[in-house]
Design a protein around this ligand. Structure first.
Ligand code: PRP
Ligand code: URA
Length: 209
Protein backbone atom coordinates (compact mmCIF):
# COMPACT_ATOMS: atom_id res chain seq x y z
CA UNK A 1 0.00 0.00 0.00
CA UNK A 2 1.45 3.35 -1.03
CA UNK A 3 1.72 6.06 1.57
CA UNK A 4 0.68 9.71 1.92
CA UNK A 5 3.63 11.98 2.61
CA UNK A 6 2.95 15.28 4.38
CA UNK A 7 5.65 17.77 3.38
CA UNK A 8 5.81 20.23 6.25
CA UNK A 9 8.93 22.31 5.60
CA UNK A 10 8.49 25.70 7.34
CA UNK A 11 8.66 27.52 3.98
CA UNK A 12 5.83 25.34 2.68
CA UNK A 13 3.70 25.92 5.78
CA UNK A 14 4.27 29.68 5.51
CA UNK A 15 3.38 29.86 1.83
CA UNK A 16 0.33 27.59 2.23
CA UNK A 17 -0.96 29.95 4.95
CA UNK A 18 -0.61 32.83 2.49
CA UNK A 19 -2.62 31.13 -0.28
CA UNK A 20 -5.36 30.27 2.23
CA UNK A 21 -5.84 33.98 2.99
CA UNK A 22 -8.86 35.28 1.08
CA UNK A 23 -7.15 38.65 0.75
CA UNK A 24 -4.30 37.17 -1.32
CA UNK A 25 -4.90 38.40 -4.87
CA UNK A 26 -4.49 36.52 -8.15
CA UNK A 27 -0.94 37.66 -8.95
CA UNK A 28 0.45 36.74 -5.53
CA UNK A 29 -1.60 33.52 -5.38
CA UNK A 30 -0.15 32.38 -8.72
CA UNK A 31 3.40 33.21 -7.63
CA UNK A 32 2.97 31.34 -4.34
CA UNK A 33 1.49 28.23 -6.01
CA UNK A 34 4.50 28.17 -8.33
CA UNK A 35 6.92 28.43 -5.38
CA UNK A 36 5.04 25.78 -3.38
CA UNK A 37 5.15 23.39 -6.35
CA UNK A 38 8.89 23.93 -6.65
CA UNK A 39 9.50 23.25 -2.95
CA UNK A 40 7.25 20.17 -3.06
CA UNK A 41 8.88 18.61 -6.11
CA UNK A 42 12.28 19.00 -4.44
CA UNK A 43 11.03 16.55 -1.77
CA UNK A 44 9.00 14.38 -4.17
CA UNK A 45 12.13 13.61 -6.21
CA UNK A 46 14.27 12.76 -3.18
CA UNK A 47 14.28 9.05 -4.13
CA UNK A 48 15.53 9.60 -7.69
CA UNK A 49 18.30 7.13 -8.50
CA UNK A 50 21.79 8.42 -9.21
CA UNK A 51 24.66 7.07 -11.27
CA UNK A 52 28.38 7.82 -11.12
CA UNK A 53 29.98 9.82 -13.89
CA UNK A 54 33.41 11.27 -14.45
CA UNK A 55 33.77 15.01 -15.10
CA UNK A 56 36.81 17.13 -15.60
CA UNK A 57 36.81 20.14 -13.29
CA UNK A 58 39.23 23.04 -13.93
CA UNK A 59 41.45 21.35 -11.29
CA UNK A 60 41.30 17.60 -11.98
CA UNK A 61 39.10 14.63 -12.93
CA UNK A 62 36.28 13.92 -10.46
CA UNK A 63 33.93 10.98 -9.98
CA UNK A 64 30.55 12.46 -9.19
CA UNK A 65 26.84 11.70 -9.56
CA UNK A 66 23.99 12.62 -11.89
CA UNK A 67 20.34 11.56 -12.07
CA UNK A 68 19.90 8.09 -13.55
CA UNK A 69 16.88 5.97 -14.32
CA UNK A 70 13.54 7.06 -15.63
CA UNK A 71 12.91 10.47 -17.09
CA UNK A 72 10.11 12.58 -15.64
CA UNK A 73 6.76 13.57 -17.10
CA UNK A 74 4.43 15.97 -15.34
CA UNK A 75 0.67 15.86 -15.77
CA UNK A 76 -1.32 18.83 -14.48
CA UNK A 77 -5.06 18.31 -14.03
CA UNK A 78 -6.74 21.26 -15.78
CA UNK A 79 -7.24 23.92 -14.86
CA UNK A 80 -5.77 24.41 -11.43
CA UNK A 81 -2.88 21.98 -11.90
CA UNK A 82 -1.49 24.36 -14.54
CA UNK A 83 -0.50 26.71 -11.73
CA UNK A 84 2.03 24.15 -10.49
CA UNK A 85 3.73 23.41 -13.84
CA UNK A 86 6.22 26.28 -13.99
CA UNK A 87 7.51 25.63 -10.48
CA UNK A 88 8.19 21.97 -11.30
CA UNK A 89 9.81 22.83 -14.64
CA UNK A 90 12.13 25.28 -12.85
CA UNK A 91 13.69 22.26 -11.13
CA UNK A 92 13.21 19.62 -13.86
CA UNK A 93 13.45 21.59 -17.11
CA UNK A 94 13.70 18.44 -19.23
CA UNK A 95 10.35 17.05 -18.05
CA UNK A 96 7.69 16.53 -20.70
CA UNK A 97 4.21 17.84 -19.92
CA UNK A 98 0.92 16.01 -20.48
CA UNK A 99 -2.50 17.49 -19.71
CA UNK A 100 -5.69 15.98 -18.34
CA UNK A 101 -8.86 18.04 -18.48
CA UNK A 102 -11.38 17.27 -15.75
CA UNK A 103 -13.95 19.38 -13.98
CA UNK A 104 -16.28 18.55 -11.13
CA UNK A 105 -19.91 18.64 -12.15
CA UNK A 106 -21.40 21.13 -9.66
CA UNK A 107 -24.58 19.01 -9.28
CA UNK A 108 -23.21 15.49 -9.01
CA UNK A 109 -19.72 16.56 -7.76
CA UNK A 110 -18.40 13.80 -10.04
CA UNK A 111 -15.39 14.51 -12.30
CA UNK A 112 -16.12 14.94 -16.03
CA UNK A 113 -13.26 14.28 -18.48
CA UNK A 114 -12.80 16.62 -21.46
CA UNK A 115 -9.13 16.28 -22.47
CA UNK A 116 -6.21 13.87 -22.20
CA UNK A 117 -2.89 14.22 -23.98
CA UNK A 118 0.24 12.55 -22.60
CA UNK A 119 3.87 12.54 -23.78
CA UNK A 120 4.44 9.89 -26.51
CA UNK A 121 6.89 8.01 -24.28
CA UNK A 122 4.81 8.45 -21.09
CA UNK A 123 5.01 4.71 -20.31
CA UNK A 124 8.78 4.99 -19.89
CA UNK A 125 8.63 8.03 -17.63
CA UNK A 126 8.01 8.59 -13.95
CA UNK A 127 4.80 10.64 -14.05
CA UNK A 128 4.02 13.33 -11.47
CA UNK A 129 0.34 14.30 -11.45
CA UNK A 130 -0.28 17.86 -10.24
CA UNK A 131 -3.41 19.40 -8.75
CA UNK A 132 -3.47 21.92 -5.87
CA UNK A 133 -6.64 20.43 -4.32
CA UNK A 134 -7.54 16.86 -3.32
CA UNK A 135 -11.13 17.11 -2.07
CA UNK A 136 -13.30 14.00 -2.63
CA UNK A 137 -10.40 12.47 -4.55
CA UNK A 138 -12.65 11.82 -7.56
CA UNK A 139 -10.69 13.98 -10.02
CA UNK A 140 -7.28 12.65 -9.00
CA UNK A 141 -8.46 9.02 -8.98
CA UNK A 142 -10.03 9.38 -12.44
CA UNK A 143 -6.95 11.17 -13.80
CA UNK A 144 -4.71 8.36 -12.56
CA UNK A 145 -7.08 5.75 -14.06
CA UNK A 146 -6.86 7.54 -17.44
CA UNK A 147 -3.07 7.57 -17.23
CA UNK A 148 -2.94 3.87 -16.31
CA UNK A 149 -5.26 3.01 -19.23
CA UNK A 150 -2.54 4.44 -21.48
CA UNK A 151 -0.06 1.94 -20.13
CA UNK A 152 1.72 4.03 -17.47
CA UNK A 153 2.51 2.55 -14.08
CA UNK A 154 5.08 4.75 -12.36
CA UNK A 155 2.90 7.53 -10.96
CA UNK A 156 3.09 10.01 -8.07
CA UNK A 157 0.36 12.45 -7.06
CA UNK A 158 1.20 15.92 -5.70
CA UNK A 159 -1.48 18.09 -4.08
CA UNK A 160 -1.01 21.23 -2.01
CA UNK A 161 -4.08 20.84 0.24
CA UNK A 162 -5.87 17.52 0.81
CA UNK A 163 -8.82 16.30 2.82
CA UNK A 164 -8.49 13.03 4.74
CA UNK A 165 -11.35 11.66 2.58
CA UNK A 166 -9.48 12.53 -0.61
CA UNK A 167 -6.29 10.82 0.50
CA UNK A 168 -8.23 7.72 1.52
CA UNK A 169 -10.14 7.62 -1.79
CA UNK A 170 -6.94 7.76 -3.85
CA UNK A 171 -5.20 5.21 -1.65
CA UNK A 172 -8.16 2.85 -2.07
CA UNK A 173 -8.44 3.31 -5.85
CA UNK A 174 -4.69 3.40 -6.51
CA UNK A 175 -2.75 1.71 -3.69
CA UNK A 176 0.41 1.77 -5.82
CA UNK A 177 0.50 5.59 -6.07
CA UNK A 178 2.38 7.68 -3.51
CA UNK A 179 0.55 10.88 -2.56
CA UNK A 180 2.46 14.02 -1.50
CA UNK A 181 0.63 16.89 0.20
CA UNK A 182 1.66 20.07 2.01
CA UNK A 183 -1.39 20.12 4.33
CA UNK A 184 -4.17 17.77 5.41
CA UNK A 185 -7.27 19.75 6.37
CA UNK A 186 -10.27 18.94 8.57
CA UNK A 187 -12.63 17.64 5.89
CA UNK A 188 -15.23 18.67 3.33
CA UNK A 189 -18.28 20.93 3.50
CA UNK A 190 -21.71 20.22 1.90
CA UNK A 191 -20.39 21.38 -1.50
CA UNK A 192 -17.35 19.10 -1.21
CA UNK A 193 -15.04 22.08 -0.69
CA UNK A 194 -12.08 21.52 1.60
CA UNK A 195 -12.43 23.10 5.07
CA UNK A 196 -10.70 25.40 5.87
CA UNK A 197 -9.02 25.00 2.45
CA UNK A 198 -8.52 28.03 0.23
CA UNK A 199 -11.74 28.15 -1.79
CA UNK A 200 -11.72 27.38 -5.53
CA UNK A 201 -8.10 27.00 -6.59
CA UNK A 202 -8.81 27.41 -10.33
CA UNK A 203 -10.79 30.60 -9.83
CA UNK A 204 -8.17 32.06 -7.51
CA UNK A 205 -5.34 31.23 -9.94
CA UNK A 206 -7.03 32.60 -13.02
CA UNK A 207 -9.22 35.35 -11.56
CA UNK A 208 -12.50 33.73 -12.63
CA UNK A 209 -15.77 33.10 -10.79
C1 PRP B 1 -10.88 21.34 -8.57
C2 PRP B 1 -9.45 20.98 -8.22
C3 PRP B 1 -9.42 19.49 -8.44
C4 PRP B 1 -10.81 19.07 -8.03
C5 PRP B 1 -10.73 18.50 -6.65
O1 PRP B 1 -11.03 21.44 -9.94
O2 PRP B 1 -8.49 21.68 -8.97
O3 PRP B 1 -9.17 19.13 -9.79
O4 PRP B 1 -11.62 20.25 -8.01
O5 PRP B 1 -11.97 17.99 -6.28
P1 PRP B 1 -12.25 16.44 -6.08
O6 PRP B 1 -11.08 15.88 -5.32
O7 PRP B 1 -13.52 16.42 -5.28
O8 PRP B 1 -12.42 15.82 -7.42
P2 PRP B 1 -12.41 21.97 -10.59
O9 PRP B 1 -13.32 20.84 -10.86
O10 PRP B 1 -12.95 23.08 -9.76
O11 PRP B 1 -11.93 22.48 -12.01
P3 PRP B 1 -10.98 23.72 -12.38
O12 PRP B 1 -9.58 23.35 -11.95
O13 PRP B 1 -11.13 23.81 -13.85
O14 PRP B 1 -11.49 24.95 -11.66
N1 URA C 1 -11.76 22.26 -5.65
C1 URA C 1 -11.22 23.41 -5.18
O1 URA C 1 -10.69 24.22 -5.97
N2 URA C 1 -11.31 23.65 -3.88
C2 URA C 1 -11.87 22.79 -3.02
O2 URA C 1 -11.91 23.08 -1.81
C3 URA C 1 -12.42 21.61 -3.52
C4 URA C 1 -12.35 21.35 -4.84
Amino acid sequence: MASAHVLDHPLLQHKVSMIRDKNTGTKEFRELVKEIAMLMVYEVTRDMPLKEVEVETPITMARTKVIAGKMVGIVPILRAGLGMVEGVLNLIPGAKVGHIGLYRDPETLEPVEYYCKLPVDAQERELIVLDPMLATGGSASDAITLIKKRGCSNIKLVNIIASPEGIEAVRKAHPDVDVYVAAVDEGLNDHAYIVPGLGDAGDRLFGTK
